[in-house]
Design a protein around this ligand. Structure first.
Ligand SMILES: [Zn+2]
Length: 479
């Protein structure tokens, strides 16, 4: 065991003992019946307040992001057993079971031994359980609440574990993620779930009568081209949103478990994706979409204020987002940026006359530099609302020359996307001018916020590490 490891273990033991002492003093007679545990994947402190800065400057979004006003606000560390910088699997496991594990592990301790999650604890005491996410139902964060795998990428093993997990009453997400070369798609596992007696509902139009629905339920959206729900800023009216999943879960869980109560984990999974893509406005719109889903929970809270506990946190920070460049921020510069990086890339491909395989289309017309400027102005606000420096202008002219005169298409790879260099550099420049500065495309070890409201909230004031959250919920909710 190395020195860091020993230090971290000692630190954890000391914070754990302090919360136990604190909790013993402040123990309440009865705990909350309805617990909402809401996780913004990749939602560091700066993601939250950067979104709030944008909303307040532009009026485009709530002036105060609802959970920043919760009465209990603290910070938690997120390190895993293998690194000071966690991934979603290890932090998901810490958040679901109170056990620190290695990056990549789902529901296993560092010795690869399966560990039960808070959903098992709640189920064994008779509570209903639910998990919902905007990404695949077997993606790392939800998986940590029911699955056990050495590696988070064992998607089909985890999909089968969800189908077998009779302690999960309700699950919702974009679909089942499958592995390459198995020939399976989401529908394969949806059908398998049906064969196992689980009712599967497709899209918000089918989520209407879940309060009287008996037996286990899985809800997916109707975007069959992806197992992710579309980014909030790309969604068309009528598409299934995180709020729809949250409302569906509440209807079902309250309908079936109103007497005893329920535990409901909700993940906003794509704050992380926008962070990996270094796409500030997309990140902001995801945080605002998460806040909208939390509004649905707050409506429930208003009806059951003495029996409801709401916790908002994150599994880690993504992108190393800094706010402000040398004392300056211009959040309003992002207002002209109307689509996610992926969608702007699709438009840019059409504009550049190349197909999805990046080969030139027949009868391709080469756009002029001025037309490229007009494109970046229309979709990102460059030159119209965002001033472009002479040095940056020279850089764009150079990129134009390489792409359209020398025909050297350059692509930039992020964890979940590949982007044309021109689009990627234009978004990076726009974000930097706005004061949203990404320092890289991965996770960081920054602490994240924990925001708590409702019955038992005060017990979380002493929580300092993510692994203490489920243990404290267990204590206050009597699991
Ligand atoms: Zn990530």
């Amino acid at each position: 065991m190395n020195r860091i490891h020993i230090f971290l273990r000692l630190a954890l033991v000391s914070v754990l003992s302090s919360v136990l002492i604190f909790s013993a003093d402040a123990r309440k007679k009865s705990g909350p019946k309805y617990v909402f545990f809401m996780i913004g994947d990749g939602m560091g402190i700066n993601q939250v307040y950067g979104a709030q800065n944008y909303n307040q400057t532009t009026g485009d979004g709530p002036q105060f992001i609802n959970f920043t006003q919760f009465p209990v606000r603290t910070m938690v560390t997120t390190f895993s057993s293998s690194s000071l910088v966690t991934d979603s699997a290890a932090s998901g496991t810490a958040l679901s079971s109170g056990v620190k594990t290695y990056n990549g592990a789902i529901g296993l301790d560092p010795d690869h031994k399966p560990i039960p999650s808070i959903c098992v604890w709640a189920h064994e005491k008779g509570f209903g359980t639910g998990v919902a996410t905007t990404v695949g139902v077997n993606h790392a964060t939800p998986a940590a609440f029911y699955g056990h795998a050495d590696n988070r990428n064992e998607y089909e093993k985890i999909a089968n574990q969800l189908i077998e997990a009779d302690f999960i009453d309700f699950a919702a997400g974009g679909g089942f993620i499958t592995e390459r070369n198995t020939g399976h798609d989401s529908k394969y596992f949806e059908d398998k779930a049906k064969d196992a007696g689980i009712s599967v509902f497709y899209g918000r139009d089918q989520f209407g009568n879940l309060s009287s629905q008996k037996g286990r339920v899985i809800c997916v959206d109707t975007n069959y081209s992806s197992t992710d729900v579309n980014f909030a800023m790309d969604q068309q009216p009528g598409e299934t949103t995180l709020s729809d999943f949250v409302a569906a879960g509440i209807d079902y869980l309250y309908g079936n478990f109103k007497k005893k109560g329920f535990f409901y984990m909700v993940e906003c999974g794509e704050i992380d994706g926008a962070g990996h893509n270094n796409d500030a406005i997309c990140n902001i719109k995801e945080v605002n979409d998460f806040a909208k889903a939390i509004d649905v929970v707050l409506d429930f809270y208003a009806k059951h204020p003495d029996e409801t506990l709401i916790l908002i946190t994150a599994d880690h920070e993504t992108g190393g987002l800094e706010l402000g460049d040398n004392y300056i921020m211009h959040p309003e510069y992002l207002y002209g940026h109307k689509k996610s990086e992926g969608e702007i890339n699709k438009l840019f491909r059409e504009f550049a006359g190349v197909g999805p395989d990046r080969n030139p289309l027949p009868n391709r017309r080469i756009p002029s530099y001025e037309q490229m400027q007009a494109f970046l102005s229309e979709h990102l606000g460059l030159w119209s609302t965002i001033p472009v420096s002479a040095a940056q202008e020279a850089h764009f002219r150079d990129l134009y020359h390489r792409a359209f005169v020398l025909n050297q298409t350059e692509m930039v790879e992020a964890l979940y996307s590949v982007s044309n260099r021109i689009v990627s550099d234009a978004i990076a420049y726009a974000d930097r001018q706005a004061g949203y500065i990404w320092t890289h495309g991965g996770h960081t070890g920054s602490p994240v916020g924990l925001y708590v409201k409702g019955a038992g909230a005060i017990e979380f004031m002493a929580v300092t590490d993510n692994s203490m959250i489920p243990l404290t919920i267990k204590k206050v909710a009597n699991y």
